[in-house]
Design a protein around this ligand. Structure first.
Ligand code: DHB
Ligand code: FE
Length: 281
């Protein structure tokens, strides 16, 4: 049977891609940030997952503002990296698993999540930066397979932390019911606090970020009780990306083990958090 063996989180800012490409990891500005990923990379090396579900938001590459699905699932056997802007150069296509994707799509739609199914999907920095961060020493051809699950955090009205959490539960149900032996990790990307434009550009609320990390681990019902307006007031307009972490959290048990937790701010314009969680019994 397929099994979710862990939940990971990470920021996905393009500047990280640029830093990896320029080999700036040991520079004073970046060192502490990148060091925060080492325990997760070691764990991934040990457990060797077969597949990653990457929960991310498209930033206008595959879905432009003229058509934005709230939830979209990649249902292809490969995904084309066509990162825009200041990131990593486009790499080889990332391998998908269309069979598992369709299984998830059927299961989620039975659960009344009306997701969009995408048999072609280009993936931007929201997806590629996390993959490159966690499997940094490996070419894309040697990464585990990946399935993109895109959540609209760009074009309002947006879905909620609660709905993302529930989607995570539906994802868990789907994976648990998949007959093939397969080790799966779920990666929640984006956040934490940041705002990229307007008068409040550059806003970072460290206390709120740390509270979010703590509550997502120990008390996700706190997070599902927050309105999007409140999250954006505290964490900035793009800070709303944190709701995607709740898909990862919903896919794990009510109680979790914290194998790793790291926070660093600022990096580019954001507060950046890394988590590695596994199910507690
Ligand atoms: C930045 C953060 C993001 O989430 C993003 O999509 C683009 C840029 C930043 O902080 O620079
Ligand atoms: Fe983003």
């Amino acid at each position: 049977m397929a099994k979710i063996i862990g939940g990971l989180t990470t920021s996905h800012i393009p500047a990280i891609g640029n830093a990896m490409h320029g080999k700036l990891e040991q520079e004073p500005y970046w060192k502490r940030f990148f060091d925060g990923y080492e325990p997760v990379r070691q764990w991934l090396d040990e457990v060797q997952p077969d597949l990653a579900i990457v929960v991310y938001n498209d930033h206008g590459l595959n879905f432009f503002l003229n058509q934005v699905p709230t939830f979209a699932l990649g249902c292809a056997d490969s995904y084309q990296n066509d990162d825009e802007g200041w990131g990593i150069p486009a790499s080889a296509d990332v391998k998908g698993d269309a069979e598992l994707s369709w299984h998830i799509a059927e299961s989620m739609i039975r659960d009344e999540f009306d997701i969009t199914t995408c048999q072609e999907m280009k993936v931007d920095h929201g997806f590629m930066v996390p993959m490159n961060l966690f499997w940094r020493d490996k070419p894309a051809a040697n990464w585990p397979k990946a399935i993109p699950l895109a959540v609209n955090t760009v074009q309002h009205p947006l879905t909620s932390a609660k709905r993302c959490y529930d989607l995570g539960k539906s994802l868990r149900k789907a994976i648990d019911a998949y007959p093939e032996d397969m080790k799966v990790v779920v990666i929640g990307t984006g956040g934490l606090s940041h705002q990229l434009q307007g008068e409040r550009a550059g806003i970072i609320d460290v206390d709120f970020d740390l509270q979010c990390m703590d509550r997502i681990i120990n008390d996700p019902s706190w997070m599902t009780g927050l309105s999007n307006d409140y999250i954006m007031e505290k964490a900035g307009t793009e800070g709303i990306e944190v709701i995607m972490w709740m898909v990862m959290r919903g896919a794990l048990n009510d109680r979790v083990n914290v194998l790793h937790k790291h926070y660093h701010a600022p990096i580019s314009n954001t507060g950046a958090g890394v988590l590695l969680l596994t199910d507690a019994e």
